[in-house]
Design a protein around this ligand. Sequence first.
Ligand code: ZN
Length: 183
Amino acid sequence: MSARVLEAALFAAEVHARHRRKGAAEEPYINHCLEVAALLAAHGAEEDVVIAGLLHDSVEDSREDPQPVTVALLEERFGPRVAAMVAEVSDDKSLPKEVRKARQITQAREKSEGARLVALADKIANLRAIRRDPPARWPHARQVEYVGWAGRVAEGLRGLNPGLDAAFDAAYREALAELAARG
Ligand code: ZN
């Protein structure tokens, strides 16, 4: 048992305390962070990578908070490697959405191995959510578009961990099958 992992889980729970997932069930956001971290741990990722999985949305999603989480704060609390991975998987919200989405595809392969694993686990969790509890305000076409985009991003992330690659493929197939059934 690792105190650091639980410390990161608690930190993420506090950051996301008032955040909800986009699905109709409005799941607490921390469920998503725990799912990403659990996927990484189940597929043998190192502790720093699991911790980065817990914290992967903490910088991006606290930007509007009175005291936003910074990469510097993560470095102080969890070390430079964790902080660097979180920085790598955080979108630059100053850019337009379409640019950010394109950059996730073109820059996937340039990320560190740990950041690629975290980003792939994040996409798996999001594809599973599309199937289980899809974003309530997303029309069907947007959900289909999301799955296709996630597949293109994953092309640049995969190749490091066969188990995670297989989990992505299953989540991708199942999300598409569910969307076809619903469409
Ligand atoms: Zn995420």
